[in-house]
Design a protein around this ligand. Structure first.
Ligand code: COA
Length: 258
């Protein structure tokens, strides 16, 4: 791949880096395709957690590639949006937790990639926003759908209609990011959190993610039924026996993911 690197750590944490620094990691169709391909490859033998970040100190992703989009036909634009939807769905629906380490500009499609992650950690110098309407287009990689679900319709509409860029502290205030860390520390903070996730029962974490995702799709009663099913199912795993047994025996659990 030309623009995406994946590094798997010994602790089961994979870091997916988008690296197109001369264009502030802007997403052209090839970059989006490569993100999708990398996530599909990770899906074959999932790590314990996936971190998504941008190469360099200036940008997470400065958005979709405007120069390329300016030449697109309506059908090419639709295909580009669909490619984006496929890549973001792979993040959203990845069996394992996904964390965006936002190390600088996260604009337009960049913010939309971050929105598709389960957790967002931003550096103090990060700038986030949805400038699409200033270009005469709209957020087409899931932003109009995921942002209202995350921050509520009022804030989402303000950000999307105004195209206003916000700093990390405001993004934290409106729940667009989980946490703000000093400049240069987003990736380290994401790694630390991913390591905490990675020591837990992997099947439990996966099912907890599936259950929490379900909360956004169905009514409460159906969601609770799903949660009870997943809870019961976990009791058939070695991990649950090991986790609860280790507590009773006052030792540290060793999970195998089985
Ligand atoms: N699409 C295509 N190219 C982009 C880009 C994007 N979204 N964002 C940045 N770049 C390119 C610039 O064109 C420039 O390329 P060049 O050196 O070949 O001219 C390079 O990345 C560096 O960006 P530059 O604008 O010179 O840096 P800056 O520090 O002055 O400004 C930004 C940084 C992020 C404020 C500015 O690049 C910007 O506004 N980008 C577009 C953001 C946007 O609207 N994204 C949503 C798209 S839907």
């Amino acid at each position: 791949m030309d623009f995406v690197q994946v590094e798997r750590g010994d602790n089961g944490v994979a870091v997916l880096t988008i690296d197109r620094q001369d264009k502030l990691n802007a997403l052209n169709p090839q970059v989006v395709e490569e993100i999708g391909q990398a996530l599909l490859e990770l899906d074959v033998n999932p790590p314990r957690a996936i971190i998504v970040t941008g190469a360099g100190s200036r940008a997470f992703i400065a958005g979709a590639d405007i120069a390329v989009m300016s030449q697109m036909s309506p059908m090419e634009a639709k295909r580009f949006a669909e490619l984006g939807h496929a890549a973001t769905a792979l993040l959203d629906r990845s069996p394992v937790p996904t964390i965006a380490a936002i190390n600088g500009f996260a604009l337009g499609g960049g913010c939309e990639i971050a929105l598709a992650c389960d957790i967002r950690i931003a550096a103090e110098n990060a700038l986030l926003g949805f400038p699409e309407v200033s270009l005469g287009i709209l957020p087409g990689m899931g932003g109009t759908q995921r942002l209202p679900r995350l921050v509520g319709p009022g804030i989402a509409k303000e950000l999307i209609f105004s195209g206003r860029r916000i700093k990390a502290d405001e993004a934290r205030m409106v729940n667009l990011v989980n946490r703000v860390v000093p400049e240069g520390e987003a990736l380290n903070a994401a790694k630390e959190l991913a390591s905490q996730i990675a020591v837990n029962g992997p099947l439990a974490v996966r099912m907890a993610k599936a259950s929490a995702n379900r909360a956004l799709d169905v009514d409460l009663i159906s969601g609770l039924e799903y949660e009870a099913d997943q809870f019961g199912l976990l009791f058939s795993t070695e991990d649950a026996k090991e986790g609860m047994g280790a507590f009773v025996e006052k030792r540290k659990a060793q999970f195998k993911g089985s």
